[in-house]
Design a protein around this ligand. Structure first.
Ligand code: HEM
Length: 424
């Protein structure tokens, strides 16, 4: 009897609390000890923070703040409160990987500038593509990045793209005004997809573009989930979507190669560029490099641009003084055009439109260092073109000015941004 009681007490006061403590501290101990072992001579330590329980890390707390409370800043604030503002970096464990949360521009810049010290662990390459620039390091990254930059980010490409995308932007806005009330996010997504499909691989609206839209959404779901590749999980679905997107572009590549042999391939889009450019050694990208990087451009450029257009509609409706200044800057270009469209060279001269925050070095929306967004000039151009047609031709107001914000997979107004829009 006494022995049974002693065992019971040992469980209640000894084994169970120790097991719980170990569970709660496991990641901190595991990763902390591993750093100590590897860096004992330099005295390197992990930053303050909490790495959560095995496997899940801090995912539950992250989802609690981001998805249920819809107060993502509180997730960071709670860390600053607990561990001090200090350097503004905290250790954590998210999406299945040990991670660092970095919330100061100077530290973010430091990371971008010392990128060689880091390896890519997330998002996983099963979704991003093993031959994508995002997976490459060192000289192979520089080589791939040069190809991408030539294809989408240099003045010659931008001039062509400006001409290509404008008719769609202008006609999309006309149709919005005809409808009167629209869901801004859905419509911005549609026009962005049509433009990016056209400029990347000459894909016109239709079933292929609709399938790609679904595949990209699935891939985003996959990278924003725990990486468990098991049927039924979001991650597994993301990997399947990736495979299907690869298959679509492989078919397109084969079709183009055949046409090249026949001498009839004259699409002159980004995909053609990636297939034909040569590097300094006269080497071309191989098939998988073309496919993975065209998907990388679609993945990197589609949702990101859509979200910015949505927030542009939102904030310009809320800040009429900014809209007024934009109108003043853009009107002379709209009036002088006589049916023609604004050019990328004219856009580059619009000072107010391209203004960045006044504190130098704090605008890091496009990343930095060698990993800086490959399409940053293209994104700026697309946003400026949209603002040009919007500000010079339309007025609009938010139907639900106090609608909340949803934060996953990306921040957007909870009502999808319902607006009433009409011609000026
Ligand atoms: C407003 C829109 C955009 C934003 C905010 C944005 C943001 C970013 C950021 C922060 C990175 C760096 C990621 C990292 O640190 O590894 C990045 C990389 C990248 N972005 Fe964008 N992006 C936008 C539009 C675009 C567009 C339009 C394209 C192309 C069509 C594009 C293609 C890429 C690619 C390929 C990379 C990887 C670069 C590399 O491997 O070094 N992005 N983007």
């Amino acid at each position: 009897m006494e022995v049974t009681m002693a065992i019971g007490l040992a469980w209640v006061f000894g084994i169970v609390p120790v097991a719980i403590w170990l569970l709660l501290r496991w990641n901190d101990l595991w990763y902390g000890l591993s750093v100590k072992r590897r860096c004992s001579d330099t005295g390197t330590k992990l930053p303050p923070g909490y790495m959560g329980v095995p496997f899940l890390g801090e995912m539950l707390s992250f989802l609690w703040y981001f998805k249920f409370l819809r107060r993502p800043d509180d997730f960071i604030d709670s860390k600053q409160h607990k561990y001090g503002k200090g350097l503004g970096i905290y250790k954590t464990h998210l999406f299945g990987s040990p991670s660092i949360i970095c919330c100061s521009p100077s530290f973010t810049k430091f990371i971008y500038q010392t990128e060689a010290n880091f390896t890519m662990d997330w998002p996983t390459m099963d979704i991003l593509g093993h031959h994508s620039s995002m997976n490459a390091q060192g000289t192979s990254h520089i080589r791939l990045k040069n190809f991408l930059t030539r294809a989408v980010n240099q003045p010659v490409a931008l001039r062509r793209i400006a001409t290509m995308v404008q008719p769609r932007v202008a006609s999309a806005l006309r149709s919005w005004a005809e409808k009167g009330t629209i869901i801004g996010y859905t419509e911005a997504k549609k026009v962005t997809l049509e433009n990016i499909g056209k400029l990347l691989a000459n894909i016109e609206p239709g079933t292929v573009l609709e399938t790609l839209d679904k595949m990209i959404a699935g891939m985003f779901k996959g990278i924003r989930s725990h990486p468990i590749n098991f049927p039924g999980t979001d991650y597994h679905y993301g990997v399947q979507c990736r495979k299907k997107a690869t298959w679509i572009f492989r078919e397109e590549l084969e079709r183009r190669k055949k046409k090249q042999v026949e001498g009839t391939n004259i699409t002159n889009d980004v995909m053609d560029g990636l297939m034909t450019f040569k590097d300094d050694e006269g080497e071309q990208l191989d098939d998988m490099e073309v496919i993975d990087n065209i998907i990388g451009l679609l993945f990197g450029g589609y949702e990101s641009t859509t979200i910015v257009l949505t927030w542009a509609l939102y904030y310009l409706a809320k800040c009429p003084h900014v809209l007024r200044k934009l109108r003043e800057e853009h009107m002379p270009f709209a009036k002088n055009k006589d049916g023609e469209f604004i050019t990328s060279d004219e856009i580059s001269k619009l000072k107010y439109t391209s203004k960045e925050p006044s504190k130098p070095g704090t605008f890091l929306a496009f990343g930095g260092g060698s990993r800086i967004c490959a399409g940053n000039m293209l994104a700026r151009l697309q946003i400026a073109i949209f603002i040009h047609h919007l500000a010079t031709g339309y007025k609009w107001e938010l139907v639900n000015p106090n609608a909340g914000v949803t934060y996953l997979p990306h921040p957007k107004p909870a009502d999808g941004l319902e607006i009433n829009i009409s011609r000026l």
